[in-house]
Design a protein around this ligand. Structure first.
Ligand code: UT7
Length: 323
């Protein structure tokens, strides 16, 4: 059977770092509160000329290079983002243009913080269905541009950045010993819309709007939803928490990450955590974390890697793959 195997990974961060200390001069907050409640120490903020597409293209190019390929080898691009450069065309098509290619096809996926998990699942379905062979899956965001910088309950949490992986079709035996995506599970439930949303949009206010969140409410649901969908992945694959070499979660809050790992019985040494450095970069957080853990030698070919995310909608999902 055809498997979608990771061939490359890349990341891009804006130049400007915004520390918790600097945040104290913007809103009534403290480094101590932010670290204790979230684990975040700093975040990156896009400056002039840095956009979701520019960061996404930089990450994509690094993923292509790390695979030893060139842009001409790509036949499909998916970009997960909730902060597109324009309402349309899709950021993925903008990135395709920046990579200098006009063949193949590109589109965006919008599932907020679960966007990368949705995009990997979508790419895997296209690859296994024979519609694409080499797919760039990108998570790219500039959440700083939809934050209300007077709202301390949200503006301290998010940051900007992009990450990308290159998936390639490869023949597998159909067992969990195969490299590539082994199983993927997605969920959504719109009854939770008002707990995490943006109060604007093309069809309603005609404005971009600002992010609004009832953090405590989101927190309450997060661990249960995450562990539920991971347990589905274990059931579908016949694998268990003991088989997981690396848990690479969406980086929203250190407490949610630790709580999920504990509930699943995955030791914290096997969890990749980058929330301290990046903050919550929504759809970009998982590929950014993957890039860090591949770069420092933790994630190696053959390792079992579990991706999970939960976010606005609510949306949530998990992907189990062998690197
Ligand atoms: O990525 C998409 C999914 N999003 C998430 O996963 C976010 C989930 N939620 C969270 O991570 C946490 O709920 C937060 C980090 C957002 C908040 O932590 P919390 O422990 O749930 O705090 P809280 O909302 O219950 O607020 C506690 C107190 C409040 O004061 P009172 O009412 O107890 O007097 C807040 O006003 O902390 C206050 N507070 C702050 N204080 C200093 C809220 N934000 C801040 C702040 N600095 N930035």
């Amino acid at each position: 059977m055809i498997r979608s195997v990771v061939r490359g990974v890349g990341a891009a961060l804006p130049k400007r770092v915004l520390s918790n200390r600097e945040m104290e001069s913007i809103v009534d907050t403290s480094d101590e509160w932010i670290v204790q409640r979230t684990g975040i120490q700093q975040r990156y903020i896009a400056g002039e000329g840095e956009t979701t597409a520019s960061l996404g293209a930089e990450a994509a190019l690094k993923a292509i290079e790390s695979a030893g390929l060139s842009a001409a080898d790509i036949d499909m691009i998916i970009c997960a983002t909730s902060t597109p450069d324009n309402t349309f065309p899709a950021t993925a098509v903008n990135i395709q243009n920046r990579l200098g290619i006009t063949h193949g096809f590109a589109f965006d996926v919008q599932a907020v913080c679960s966007g990368f998990v949705y995009a990997v699942t979508t790419a895997d379905a296209y690859i296994r269905g024979g519609l694409a062979r080499r797919v760039l899956v990108i998570g790219a965001e500039t959440f700083s541009r939809i934050l209300d910088w007077t709202d301390r309950t949200t503006c301290v949490l998010f940051g900007d950045g992009a990450g990308a992986i290159l998936l390639e079709a490869a023949e597998g035996a159909g067992t969990t010993a195969d490299r590539g995506v082994l199983t993927a599970h997605l969920r959504s439930d719109g009854t939770h819309k008002d707990k995490l949303y943006v109060d604007g949009g093309a069809s309603t206010t005609g404005t971009v709007g600002h992010l609004r969140m009832e953090g405590r409410e989101v927190f309450k649901h997060a661990v249960g939803m995450i562990t539920d969908v991971i347990e589905q992945s274990f059931e579908a694959s016949g694998m268990t928490a003991a088989d997981v070499d690396w848990l690479v979660p969406h980086q929203a809050n250190r407490r949610i990450i630790d709580g999920s790992a504990k509930k699943l019985g995955i030791p914290l040494e096997k969890v990749v955590v980058t929330v301290a450095e990046h903050g919550n970069t929504s759809a970009a957080s998982i590929p950014l974390a993957l890039s860090v853990a591949v770069g420092d030698g933790r994630i190696k070919p053959g390792d079992v890697v579990l991706l999970e995310a939960m976010g606005g909608g609510f949306t949530w999902g998990a992907v189990l793959l062998r690197w």
